[in-house]
Design a protein around this ligand. Sequence first.
Ligand SMILES: C[S@@+](CC[C@H](N)C(=O)[O-])C[C@H]1O[C@@H](n2cnc3c(N)ncnc32)[C@H](O)[C@@H]1O
Length: 201
Amino acid sequence: MAFTYFFRDLVTLHAVRDYVIPELRSHRYINVWDAGCAMGAEAYSLAIIFKENLSSYAFKRLKIYATDLDEESHDFGRIIREGVYPEKAVKRIPGDIFRKYFLPDGKPGHFKIADEIMRCVSFQKHDLRSLEPMRDGFGLVVCKNVLLHLKPSERVDVIRMFHKCLKAGGFFATEQTQKMPSETGRLFKRVAPNVQLFQKK
Ligand SMILES: C[S@@+](CC[C@H](N)C(=O)[O-])C[C@H]1O[C@@H](n2cnc3c(N)ncnc32)[C@H](O)[C@@H]1O
């Protein structure tokens, strides 16, 4: 199972705070797709960033679709639905955020994420190679440390699918080391030089 941890990529989370949330906060629905979410730390980190930067009224309109491969050996869905994580997954969370959104769980060395954060994240099994979008009208698609597992042509097809399911002006974020393929570059504009965050043209 791919081990991931909360607040793994602060630069991208800060870019979501600074560029994405200000544009999405007035939207009637705020739909986010975290594609290749592994155990859910990334999806819940995103939910916390939105919670910290939205009014409680706007936060109620946030829905995060967290998806990953349908593999028997993975237990992503159960972990995400329980929202209980070991200390090594939560130790990089800034202290004030950690105290606000995590409580010790009955299981020693484990912490449970607050219900208000869990409520806006739903998990579904999904293979990006299907090229079937979860839905349309996303304000943000995050797909980090996943595209490197695909062949270059599959990567292009998946990014085209992301572009199609974003609403006008919606955002796509990937990891720092993942460059936008030339085939899909004209579909997006880069939002900031230090982060792989793109806006649908
Ligand atoms: C290294 S983890 C990245 C987790 C998280 N996005 C992060 O950056 O912390 C890669 C994840 O991509 C998922 N993955 C790989 N190929 C995929 C595909 N075709 N469709 C959906 N998920 C895929 C794996 O199952 C794994 O959970």
